[in-house]
Structure formats: C-alpha cells, structure tokens
Design a protein around this ligand. Structure first.
Ligand code: SAM
Length: 245
C-alpha cells in the first residue's frame, strides 16, 4: 500500500517563505485531515492534552494560545471553558466548530484580561513568534496565580533542524514545507529563564514519535502516532509549570 499523500505547497503559494502566517489560511482544509499537512499536530495535541490537569473549579478557563483549528479540543479533560486565540480567521472558524471560544488576536499582545485563565497552553506556537519575550510575558500575565502552564515547542539544535526541517518537511506526516524558521527555534534554557522571571518555573521532557506507530501510519494501518516521553530535549519538548501564588 502506498504511503499517505500530502500535497505540498507550490513555490509561489502562501507559505513559500519560512514561517509565513498565511500558510495556515492556505492549508485550512488540512487541519482535521489525519493524513494531511498537519498530521503531526494531531499526535502532539494528544500528548499535550495529557499534561492538562482536571479543571480546578466549575467554569475554569483554559487559554489555548495559537489554537489553530482547535486540535487540542478532543484531548482536554471535560469541563473547561476552552478559549483559543490565533491570527488565522479561517482556522479559528474550525476551532469554533469544536466548541472553542475563538478570539482573533496576536499572542504577543493577547486581547485578554490579567489572570483570567486557570490554565494556559502554548502548543507549537513559541517557535513561530518574532518576539518570544513578549509572548512569554503575555502568557504569564493572563495566567492566574496557582494556575498551570503547559507548552510544547522545538529546541534550537542542529538535530531539530535536520530531523524536523531538512528531513521532516519531506516526510509524510511531517510539518508542512517551510512551516518553520529554524532561527526562531527555542532553547529550553531560554524559556526557563523567561518563565521563571515571571514566576513560572518549568519542568521539561523531550518527545519522540513511536517508530512502529509511524510505520503503521505510513501503511495506513493507524490514524495516529503516539508521542513518547524521552530525556533528550534536542528536538520537540514539553514544558509544564505552576505560577507562584
Ligand atoms: C503550528 S500551528 C499550531 C496550532 C495548534 N496550537 C496545534 O498545535 O494544533 C501554529 C499556529 O499559531 C498561529 N500563530 C502564529 N503566530 C501567531 C501569533 N503571533 N499570534 C497568534 N497566533 C499565531 C498560526 O496561525 C497557527 O494556527
């Protein structure tokens, strides 16, 4: 059986330059295709959802910063008011269909009140922003004291450039072509310093995909690929922290 086919962007299409926000509008039909350009985001959303604690109270607010098409929604514990902020209006429309309260906005200047969120999630967004420091400041500002921050992003290493850009962008299920600008990849030491300064010390773990699952995905015998925890933070990694009270 042939591997899943994922149409790639032509050179003159939006997304032909690296980290072009227009990519997400252009590929909007791919958000919910398990074999589409955003396949790996489904796998990561499942792993991210496992970091989120049960809602601490009725009506607890979870901010999903850079929510895209709302892929996190099915992986959250029940009971959250799931608010998603993103630049891409077509993606937000899909997120709204998943029950996300969709807000158009920029994560470097969130249109939300201080301490409004019980949980802040930043999944595969920090490696896309021009101003990491402003983004961290905003995520910390909207998280209430005692609240939980959960994130996943990509380290700035030769291995992440090779495995996720040089090779990964050419593999079925890998990131869309030109999706990442390696210059924006995020060293965990930098994130730790920025979040700790804002009262949110972090713990990290690395992630890698399950090779048997990926082979079955290629053979169309599995729709999803499990992301497994590893010690190495050299490529994709998760962070979790609690804001000091
Ligand atoms: C790699 S996708 C991740 C989407 C989602 N978190 C997920 O994991 O499925 C990055 C998302 O961030 C959004 N984005 C990029 N820069 C942004 C910014 N400055 N403010 C808000 N959203 C942004 C894009 O539109 C896109 O939906």
């Amino acid at each position: 059986m042939s591997p899943p086919r994922t149409p790639r962007l032509a050179p003159d299409r939006p997304g032909s330059r690296r980290n072009d926000p227009a990519l997400y509008d252009a590929l909007v039909d791919h958000w919910w295709r398990r074999d589409g350009e955003f396949a790996a985001l489904h796998w990561l959303a499942e792993a991210r959802g496992a970091l989120v604690p049960p809602p601490p109270r009725g009506g607890a607010v979870l901010l999903d910063a850079g929510c895209g098409g709302g892929l996190l929604a099915p992986h959250l514990p029940a009971g959250y008011h799931h608010v998603g902020v993103d630049l891409s209006a077509p993606s937000l429309a899909l997120a709204a269909r998943e029950g996300v309260a969709a807000v158009r906005g920029d994560v470097t200047a969130l249109p939300l009140a201080d301490a409004c969120a019980d949980v802040v999630v930043a999944g595969e967004i920090l490696e896309h922003v021009d101003d990491l420091e402003a983004t961290v400041a905003e995520l910390a500002r909207v998280l209430r004291p005692g609240g939980t921050l959960a994130l996943d992003t990509i380290n700035a290493t030769w291995w992440s450039r090779f495995s996720l850009v040089t090779v990964g962008e050419r593999l079925p299920g890998g990131p869309p072509r030109h999706c990442h600008d390696p210059a924006l990849f995020v060293p965990p030491e930098r994130l730790q310093a920025l979040f700790t300064r804002r009262g949110i010390p972090l713990e990290f773990q690395g992630l890698r995909f399950s090779v048997p699952d990926y082979l079955r995905f290629l053979m169309r015998r599995r729709r999803s690929v499990r992301m497994l925890p590893i010690r190495s933070l050299a490529a994709v990694y998760q962070g979790i922290g609690r804001k000091r009270t």
